[in-house]
Design a protein around this ligand. Structure first.
Ligand SMILES: [Mg+2]
Length: 217
């Protein structure tokens, strides 16, 4: 088993499996959030996408010796199976996150943070959303800011806890907003008082990494 400073392929396999489990557990909740201000497919879409990953993950882990290929192929499954905005966004996240570390079978915690940074930047590039648009970017950007300020002297676990907390607070901050992107835009002021579903799934998905890190500490 990997330690927190030597995160191996199994860490990412276990995280993806954890995300698949989360997507089943939260499917109805995310669907409800998306029904309030969107088209109600966010929960279904993520559960379909991560089920697609679950079906293939053991095979992918066997066929792909390095972390980057495993993540890339998993992202491609999300991209191909998930409709709506979430598929391309989360697909990009996983397809791009390992790009700075090709052919690696393990990464340090700092490198892992850099991978998350790359993933978030890919989401931002793809979605073109800004802070305050009431999208998943409202959760990701406060997390990204923390990562950019990370010092190696910080305790990895407590740092990652605060990363997830910052993302969660960013999701909370979408509740009073009018949407400037996505279907919720059409609702105008009626979107006020509702949490953006993508901001909710994104902090919860990153929280799965947190849970897996804790198992390795
Ligand atoms: Mg939707």
């Amino acid at each position: 088993m990997s330690s927190i400073n030597k995160l191996d392929k199994q860490f990412f396999v276990d995280s993806l499996k954890g995300m698949a489990k989360l997507s089943e557990e939260q499917r109805d909740h995310w669907t409800k959030l998306d029904s309030d201000i969107g088209d109600g497919d966010h929960g279904i879409n993520l559960s379909i996408g991560f089920r697609g990953i679950m079906d293939k993950i053991d095979q992918l882990a066997e066929e792909n010796p390095d972390i980057n290929s495993l993540l890339k192929k998993s992202g491609m499954i999300l991209l191909s199976k998930v409709g709506g905005a979430a598929g391309p966004l989360y697909g990009s996240f996983f397809m791009k996150m390992g790009g700075n570390y090709p052919d690696r079978t393990e990464v340090t915690f700092s490198e892992f943070l850099d991978m998350i940074r790359t993933g978030i930047e890919a989401v931002q590039f793809r979605g073109k959303a800004e802070l305050g648009d009431k999208t998943m970017i409202d959760a990701f950007l406060p997390g990204l800011k923390l990562i950019n300020d990370y010092q190696e002297s910080e305790d990895p676990l407590s740092f990652f806890d605060s990363f997830v907390r910052a993302m969660r607070a960013g999701s909370d901050a979408t509740i009073p907003l009018v949407a400037k992107k996505g279907r919720a835009m059409r609702l105008g002021e009626r979107a006020i008082g509702h949490r953006d579903p993508g901001s909710d799934s994104s902090w919860m998905l990153m929280n799965v990494f947190d849970q897996e890190l804790k198992k390795r500490s």
